[in-house]
Design a protein around this ligand. Sequence first.
Ligand code: NAP
Length: 331
Amino acid sequence: MSDPIRVLQYGLGPIGRAMARHVASRENLVLVGAVEIDPAKVGADLGTVIDLPEPLEIPVSGSLEEALAHASADAVLHTTQSYFPSFSPQILEILDAGLDVVSTSEELSFPWLSHPAEAGAIHAAAVRAGKTVLGTGVNPGFLMDTLPLALTALCQRVDRIEVTREMNASLRRGPFQMKIGSGLTVEAFEERMAQGRMGHVGLPESAGMIFDTLGKTLARFQTTVEPVVAGREIRTDHVTVSPGQVCGLKQIARADSPDGPFLTLTFIAALDHGTNEDTLRITGVPTLEVTLRGTNGDLATIAIAVNALFRVHGARPGLVTMRDLPLVARI
Ligand SMILES: NC(=O)c1ccc[n+]([C@@H]2O[C@H](COP(=O)([O-])OP(=O)(O)OC[C@H]3O[C@@H](n4cnc5c(N)ncnc54)[C@H](OP(=O)(O)O)[C@@H]3O)[C@@H](O)[C@H]2O)c1
């Protein structure tokens, strides 16, 4: 049996805390520390911050340097921010410290079409360090890219791909309920969407991975978004929404090849939404349709990032994506 992978958790929001808890429960992984900027968590016992029954006797560090002064590590699980300008310096710092990285930053999942220069800089730093970087999660990272791509293996010809993801957002963490606009007026929702820092992040990345892997030219990419408005009061642990306020959104990306429409990705997330399933349809020879029930995006993101760690650690150096790795599974 190989040596356990020593893991540092970087970012202790709801995803990072639950991920660290999961690491602590897994064989062949050892949780050696954590980095966080929230002053309320820095210096506190990591076991207490992630709700373990016993303290771990490891303080949460305010910087990577400080965390590595306390303990050696092999890899980082990175769960802080979604957009390149915010997370890039963190990834570069981790690589400089000589560690592998699995990150849930959405724009890192397939950055080669939308952010080639920034992706190139991370790839070069990873190669220099001899380490591997992966961006993954439930979506982007799996449901709207890796999974439909895997299904095309059963097809002799692929004419179109459509993925529809419908979620009851009441079952998700607070930051997710916020990023779909819960509790905003329709006007405020539209303003925030126009500023470009709300809603699901990752549709261009999923489309990019599908087009690039299938060797297709992306001729046109278009997204639309509309609010879902509450017809009655909705209360969750994180927000109360009055009738007439926003309780979610419907976001659609359409990507065309030079021959016409090829890919449609539909993302519907709303509080108390009655449908909680993913439908993947591949039109071709043969035509396939798969409906997946039971995915919880938060649990799934934690699982896939941790499971991917076993593929990333020891993989070829550089910035890789899910389609570059051997099959990620619960090993
Ligand atoms: N790919 C996927 O499928 C997928 C799925 C789920 C989540 N995600 C992404 O994963 C990330 C984590 O999710 P979340 O809900 O836990 O987000 P969150 O609530 O925003 O938590 C992020 C945590 O990281 C901390 N942080 C921010 N910048 C930092 C820095 N420079 N150094 C150390 N810590 C820092 C934040 O501290 P402060 O609160 O003090 O800022 C916060 O505690 C988000 O970007 C989310 O969009 C991706």
